[in-house]
Write a protein that binds this ligand. Structure first.
Ligand SMILES: [Fe+2]
Ligand SMILES: [Fe+2]
Length: 197
Protein backbone atom coordinates (compact mmCIF):
# COMPACT_ATOMS: atom_id res chain seq x y z
CA UNK A 1 0.00 0.00 0.00
CA UNK A 2 1.19 3.52 -0.80
CA UNK A 3 2.46 5.70 2.02
CA UNK A 4 -0.04 8.20 3.35
CA UNK A 5 0.20 11.41 5.32
CA UNK A 6 -0.82 11.11 8.99
CA UNK A 7 -2.37 14.45 9.86
CA UNK A 8 -6.00 14.81 10.88
CA UNK A 9 -6.03 18.61 10.72
CA UNK A 10 -3.71 20.17 8.12
CA UNK A 11 -2.18 22.36 10.81
CA UNK A 12 -0.37 19.22 12.02
CA UNK A 13 1.07 18.32 8.62
CA UNK A 14 4.83 17.73 8.45
CA UNK A 15 7.41 18.03 5.70
CA UNK A 16 7.39 14.23 5.47
CA UNK A 17 3.61 14.20 5.05
CA UNK A 18 3.91 16.70 2.23
CA UNK A 19 6.77 14.79 0.58
CA UNK A 20 4.41 11.81 0.37
CA UNK A 21 1.60 13.95 -1.04
CA UNK A 22 3.90 15.73 -3.50
CA UNK A 23 5.19 12.39 -4.81
CA UNK A 24 1.65 11.22 -5.32
CA UNK A 25 0.71 14.49 -6.98
CA UNK A 26 3.49 14.09 -9.56
CA UNK A 27 2.29 10.60 -10.40
CA UNK A 28 -1.32 11.77 -10.52
CA UNK A 29 -0.65 14.75 -12.79
CA UNK A 30 1.30 12.51 -15.16
CA UNK A 31 -2.03 10.77 -15.87
CA UNK A 32 -3.95 13.99 -16.57
CA UNK A 33 -4.09 13.48 -20.34
CA UNK A 34 -5.49 9.97 -19.80
CA UNK A 35 -8.22 11.29 -17.51
CA UNK A 36 -9.13 13.93 -20.08
CA UNK A 37 -9.31 11.28 -22.81
CA UNK A 38 -11.58 9.16 -20.59
CA UNK A 39 -13.82 12.18 -20.02
CA UNK A 40 -13.98 12.94 -23.74
CA UNK A 41 -15.21 9.39 -24.29
CA UNK A 42 -18.24 10.22 -22.10
CA UNK A 43 -19.44 12.34 -25.05
CA UNK A 44 -19.62 9.23 -27.25
CA UNK A 45 -23.23 8.49 -28.19
CA UNK A 46 -24.45 11.71 -26.55
CA UNK A 47 -26.45 13.37 -29.35
CA UNK A 48 -28.56 15.90 -27.45
CA UNK A 49 -30.75 16.19 -30.57
CA UNK A 50 -27.81 17.20 -32.80
CA UNK A 51 -27.11 15.45 -36.14
CA UNK A 52 -23.96 13.82 -34.69
CA UNK A 53 -22.94 12.91 -31.14
CA UNK A 54 -20.75 15.20 -29.07
CA UNK A 55 -17.60 13.10 -29.38
CA UNK A 56 -17.96 13.01 -33.19
CA UNK A 57 -18.51 16.78 -33.16
CA UNK A 58 -15.37 17.27 -31.05
CA UNK A 59 -13.29 15.02 -33.33
CA UNK A 60 -14.62 16.77 -36.41
CA UNK A 61 -13.88 20.23 -34.98
CA UNK A 62 -10.31 19.15 -34.14
CA UNK A 63 -9.78 17.38 -37.47
CA UNK A 64 -10.97 20.41 -39.43
CA UNK A 65 -8.58 22.64 -37.47
CA UNK A 66 -5.69 20.19 -37.94
CA UNK A 67 -6.32 19.83 -41.70
CA UNK A 68 -6.39 23.60 -41.92
CA UNK A 69 -2.81 23.69 -40.57
CA UNK A 70 -3.53 24.91 -37.04
CA UNK A 71 -0.83 24.25 -34.46
CA UNK A 72 -1.05 21.52 -31.84
CA UNK A 73 -2.26 23.75 -29.01
CA UNK A 74 -5.09 25.08 -31.16
CA UNK A 75 -6.06 21.58 -32.28
CA UNK A 76 -6.25 20.37 -28.67
CA UNK A 77 -8.40 23.39 -27.81
CA UNK A 78 -10.69 22.44 -30.69
CA UNK A 79 -10.87 18.85 -29.43
CA UNK A 80 -11.70 19.86 -25.87
CA UNK A 81 -13.91 22.90 -26.45
CA UNK A 82 -17.13 21.03 -25.56
CA UNK A 83 -15.72 18.63 -22.94
CA UNK A 84 -17.75 20.50 -20.30
CA UNK A 85 -21.12 19.54 -21.77
CA UNK A 86 -21.52 16.74 -19.21
CA UNK A 87 -20.99 18.70 -15.99
CA UNK A 88 -21.29 22.31 -17.15
CA UNK A 89 -24.65 22.07 -18.85
CA UNK A 90 -25.28 25.81 -18.39
CA UNK A 91 -21.69 27.04 -18.88
CA UNK A 92 -19.81 24.34 -20.79
CA UNK A 93 -17.04 26.62 -22.21
CA UNK A 94 -15.92 27.46 -18.66
CA UNK A 95 -15.11 23.81 -17.98
CA UNK A 96 -12.87 23.45 -21.06
CA UNK A 97 -11.25 26.80 -20.23
CA UNK A 98 -10.51 25.72 -16.64
CA UNK A 99 -8.92 22.44 -17.78
CA UNK A 100 -6.81 24.12 -20.46
CA UNK A 101 -5.89 27.30 -18.57
CA UNK A 102 -2.49 26.21 -17.12
CA UNK A 103 -1.35 24.85 -20.50
CA UNK A 104 -2.30 27.33 -23.24
CA UNK A 105 -1.84 30.94 -24.34
CA UNK A 106 -4.16 33.68 -23.03
CA UNK A 107 -5.36 34.15 -26.63
CA UNK A 108 -6.48 30.55 -27.09
CA UNK A 109 -7.91 30.53 -23.57
CA UNK A 110 -10.13 33.51 -24.39
CA UNK A 111 -11.29 31.80 -27.57
CA UNK A 112 -12.25 28.61 -25.73
CA UNK A 113 -13.93 30.52 -22.91
CA UNK A 114 -16.02 32.69 -25.22
CA UNK A 115 -16.78 30.20 -28.00
CA UNK A 116 -20.31 29.58 -26.69
CA UNK A 117 -21.36 33.21 -27.10
CA UNK A 118 -19.74 33.38 -30.55
CA UNK A 119 -21.28 30.10 -31.69
CA UNK A 120 -24.62 31.58 -30.67
CA UNK A 121 -24.51 33.73 -33.80
CA UNK A 122 -25.69 30.61 -35.64
CA UNK A 123 -28.65 29.69 -33.46
CA UNK A 124 -29.52 32.10 -30.62
CA UNK A 125 -32.18 33.78 -32.82
CA UNK A 126 -33.94 30.42 -33.23
CA UNK A 127 -34.36 30.32 -29.45
CA UNK A 128 -35.62 33.86 -28.96
CA UNK A 129 -32.14 35.08 -28.01
CA UNK A 130 -29.87 37.73 -29.49
CA UNK A 131 -27.57 36.20 -32.10
CA UNK A 132 -25.38 39.30 -31.95
CA UNK A 133 -24.42 38.82 -28.31
CA UNK A 134 -20.80 38.38 -29.44
CA UNK A 135 -20.69 42.00 -30.56
CA UNK A 136 -20.11 43.13 -26.98
CA UNK A 137 -16.56 41.82 -27.58
CA UNK A 138 -15.95 43.46 -30.96
CA UNK A 139 -13.04 45.53 -29.66
CA UNK A 140 -11.32 42.55 -28.10
CA UNK A 141 -8.07 41.38 -29.78
CA UNK A 142 -9.41 37.81 -30.04
CA UNK A 143 -12.79 38.79 -31.52
CA UNK A 144 -11.88 37.78 -35.08
CA UNK A 145 -9.98 34.69 -33.95
CA UNK A 146 -13.05 33.43 -32.12
CA UNK A 147 -15.40 34.23 -35.01
CA UNK A 148 -13.07 32.23 -37.22
CA UNK A 149 -12.93 29.28 -34.82
CA UNK A 150 -16.71 28.99 -34.88
CA UNK A 151 -17.15 29.66 -38.62
CA UNK A 152 -14.46 27.29 -39.88
CA UNK A 153 -14.40 24.52 -37.29
CA UNK A 154 -17.03 24.47 -34.53
CA UNK A 155 -20.21 25.48 -36.38
CA UNK A 156 -19.00 23.52 -39.43
CA UNK A 157 -18.52 20.28 -37.49
CA UNK A 158 -21.94 18.62 -37.68
CA UNK A 159 -21.46 16.67 -40.92
CA UNK A 160 -22.22 12.95 -40.36
CA UNK A 161 -20.29 12.11 -43.56
CA UNK A 162 -17.05 13.87 -42.58
CA UNK A 163 -13.94 11.71 -42.34
CA UNK A 164 -12.67 12.68 -38.87
CA UNK A 165 -9.49 11.38 -37.31
CA UNK A 166 -10.10 9.00 -34.39
CA UNK A 167 -9.43 10.01 -30.79
CA UNK A 168 -6.22 7.92 -30.82
CA UNK A 169 -4.82 10.26 -33.49
CA UNK A 170 -5.01 13.19 -31.08
CA UNK A 171 -3.77 11.28 -28.03
CA UNK A 172 -0.03 12.10 -28.49
CA UNK A 173 -0.96 15.80 -28.84
CA UNK A 174 -2.84 15.68 -25.53
CA UNK A 175 0.04 13.83 -23.85
CA UNK A 176 2.47 16.54 -24.99
CA UNK A 177 0.28 19.52 -24.09
CA UNK A 178 -0.70 18.27 -20.63
CA UNK A 179 2.81 17.04 -19.71
CA UNK A 180 3.83 20.35 -18.13
CA UNK A 181 1.83 23.43 -17.13
CA UNK A 182 2.98 26.80 -18.42
CA UNK A 183 1.55 28.48 -15.38
CA UNK A 184 0.32 27.06 -12.10
CA UNK A 185 0.80 28.00 -8.46
CA UNK A 186 2.03 24.39 -8.00
CA UNK A 187 4.66 24.62 -10.75
CA UNK A 188 7.63 25.15 -8.42
CA UNK A 189 6.54 22.30 -6.15
CA UNK A 190 6.21 20.01 -9.15
CA UNK A 191 9.78 20.71 -10.22
CA UNK A 192 11.27 19.58 -6.89
CA UNK A 193 13.17 16.28 -7.16
CA UNK A 194 11.02 13.33 -6.13
CA UNK A 195 11.16 12.71 -2.38
CA UNK A 196 12.80 9.45 -1.36
CA UNK A 197 11.34 9.14 2.14
FE1 LIG B 1 -19.58 24.63 -27.36
FE1 LIG C 1 -18.88 22.73 -30.40
Amino acid sequence: MNQQARFIHMQDGTEQDWAIIADDFRAYTSQLANRILAHLRLLDGDFGGFPIDRLSHSLQTATRAWRDGRDEEYVVCALLHDIGDTLGSYNHPDIAAAILKPFISPENLWMVEKHGVFQGYYFFHHLGMDRHLREQFQDHPQYQQTIEFCARYDAAAFDPGYDSQPLSFFEPMLQRLFAQPRQSIYKAALQQPAATA
